[in-house]
Write a protein that binds this ligand. Structure first.
Ligand code: NAD
Length: 577
């Protein structure tokens, strides 16, 4: 009997298995035939750990409606397939549903995933929502549908690095005494207050959902909650004057908060936003409603919801532009709020403030650097502490990396499987082997697993937001210097190359952080189980993957990428022409 498709809007009743798991299984006993399949099963369940996911009972991991599986029935079926999947087989997952299984070979990926992709002409929210209502497609966001989400800890280093770069460019390296104002304390946005205080600054963050603020306070990402905007400003000013790191959440619509700040002539030093503006229906909240009232409106009158949501975004962007005019350093933080008001409200001036990638991250991408991350399948935090030591020993000259690891150990709590994020890139070693930074690290970890210094395999993966894996004209590829922003060949090549190099899970998604039709992006996982096969895969994948970042930016003419390619012997066939 064909499995029952999730009905119109719902995903069905939460699976009994999920209730029993309550997160990833840990330890060294396997449910599957090998560690590669086991790792996929554990990471899927880690994504849906109530400590990790935002709304796991609806299969929503983060980022509006970013899901890990299409329905609970599909989730059960994926687990069933993974448990019996052989070492020479590959499972195909289409928008969160297992659709096929083929005999391949040992070096091939065990799981291939494609989420949310639509043919160009149909590639918009309207068609997506129609197909989603029929149970035919799922929003995979970035790491939700590719089973690589690790909670707010996953984005924290990226947010920290972005703000550190901003501090270097604007304030001689520190946010001390500076007030950063933002919106959105969800799965990703929740990292903002802690990233600001790690950079010694003060943060005011608005969220319409009081429960999200409470969650960030409980998990140590935000310090306090304010009574209202005035109270938040007062507390922030006091802390900034004293030069104390401080963060405060305020229960208010972000657009209303910024207008209140304008009325009071309060101009923050830095201004950004991470509400889920990429999705005007299921992510962003219109002004004038409590969360429950807005949720009811979405059900009863989605068209009106959409219009009011876009009206609020228009006011929100207007306020950002006005505060920028009055002196705030403003940047968009990857939620496509500028694109939304440009497309639906004709506001071309929205792009008068920059996106965070061209402003702060591209120089890193040129060197193949991006948010490399790893998880301990044992579930034992000691395994991650051992990897912390290893990364510091391996790169003794990298002061910023050492500072990051120390800060993370002190201030970032694990959620679900213990994990760590660390921006590493290409930068080949100058010995004969010429191994990349990422490969050197992965091989070291594989050795530690083989020697039994780490209790169980480590899975290495990354965000889709990486040097060579995304085409996203409003974010990762905004304002490319050769105008190639919208060319989506690159993430496809990246995914194909990840397969050729033997990654264990490879995925390609549409939409991600900026919404359907606005980005294509790819991801990979490699399981380091201490075997020679794992070493072989790690050596290849962690060369080709950051390598696509280098060639993509070299092709666009970035000097830093051309230099990196020459220094690290990355072949760029037309470099000399
Ligand atoms: P999320 O859906 O988990 O959280 C969004 C939060 O915004 C929720 O807490 C919601 O209550 C709040 N919110 C919505 N509208 C609001 C409004 N008008 N005023 C105040 N609060 C409002 O999403 P997330 O995972 O935190 O991601 C946030 C956004 O950032 C998304 O658009 C996502 O795609 C994007 N994103 C950015 C990056 C990056 O690197 N910068 C990475 C991933 C995602």
């Amino acid at each position: 009997m064909a499995r029952q498709q999730a009905n119109e809007s719902g995903v069905g009743e939460p699976s009994e298995q999920w209730r029993e798991y309550q997160g990833a299984p840990t330890g060294t006993d396997l449910e599957c035939e090998g560690w590669r399949q086991e790792a996929a099963l554990r990471l899927l369940n880690n994504n849906l750990d109530p400590e990790v996911a935002e709304r796991p009972e609806e299969l929503v991991v983060y980022g509006g409606t970013g899901r890990a599986a299409r329905s609970w029935d599909a989730y059960d079926a994926i687990l069933e397939e993974l448990r019996t999947l052989g070492d020479e087989e590959t499972l195909l997952v289409q928008s969160g549903k297992p659709v096929g299984r083929f005999r391949t070979h040992e070096r091939a990926p065990r799981v291939l995933i494609a989420n949310s992709n639509l043919v160009g002409k149909w590639d918009d929210w309207e068609h997506f929502h129609e197909l989603e209502a029929k149970g035919l497609i799922m929003y995979g966001q970035m790491t939700a549908g590719s089973w690589a989400y690790i909670g707010t800890q996953g984005i924290i280093q990226g947010t920290y690095e972005t703000l550190a770069e901003l501090a270097r460019q604007e304030y001689e390296g520190s946010l001390e005494g500076r007030i950063v104002v933002t919106g959105g304390l969800g799965g990703m946005g929740g990292a903002q207050p802690l990233a600001v205080t790690m950079n010694e600054g003060v943060c005011i963050a608005a969220d319409v959902d009081a429960a999200r603020i409470d969650r960030r306070i409980e998990t140590g990402y935000c310090q306090e909650t304010a009574d209202d905007v005035d109270d938040a400003i007062e507390r922030a000013r006091e802390a900034a004057e004293a030069g104390e790191p401080y963060s405060v959440g305020v229960h208010v619509n972000a657009a209303d908060m910024l207008e209140a700040m304008l009325e009071r002539d309060f101009v923050p030093d830095v201004l950004t936003d991470q509400t889920s503006a990429h999705d005007e229906l299921e992510g962003y909240y219109p002004s004038g409603y409590a969360v429950e009232e807005a949720d009811e409106l979405r059900e009863s009158d989605p068209d009106r919801y959409r219009e009011e949501s876009l009206d609020t975004m228009e006011r929100h962007v207007d306020a950002i532009l006005e505060l920028q005019e009055r002196g705030a350093v403003a940047f968009e933080y990857g939620n496509n709020i500028r694109g939304q008001v440009q497309e639906h409200r004709g506001m071309d001036e929205a792009f008068d403030y920059p996106g965070f990638v061209p402003a702060y991250v591209r120089p890193l991408f040129c060197r193949g650097k991006g948010p490399f991350r790893w998880l301990a399948l044992s579930g034992d935090p000691e395994d991650i502490h051992r990897t912390d030591e290893a990364v510091k020993e391996l790169f003794p000259e990298k002061d910023a990396l050492h500072r990051w690891i120390d800060l993370a150990q002190e201030q970032v709590r694990f959620q679900g499987l213990p994990a760590r994020v660390c921006w590493l890139g290409y930068q080949a070693s100058d010995d004969e082997e010429g191994l990349t930074e990422r490969a050197r690290f992965a091989l070291e970890i594989n050795d530690l697993v083989a020697e039994g210094e780490i209790a169980a395999p480590i899975v290495v993966t990354r965000d889709h937001l990486d040097a060579g894996s995304v085409a996203s004209p409003h974010r990762e590829t905004e304002a490319m210097q050769d105008g190639s922003d919208a060319i989506a060949d690159w993430p496809i090549l990246n995914a194909l190359l990840n397969c050729a190099a033997g990654a264990d899970v490879v995925s390609v998604h549409d939409g991600g952080g900026v919404g359907i039709g606005n980005a294509l992006h790819a991801n990979n996982h490699v399981v380091l189980d201490g075997s020679d096969l794992a070493a072989e895969k790690a050596r290849r994948v962690f060369t080709t993957d950051p390598g696509t970042g280098v060639i993509r930016h070299a092709d666009a003419g970035y000097e830093a990428a051309i230099e990196e390619a020459r220094e690290s012997n990355v072949d760029v066939p037309m470099d000399e022409r």
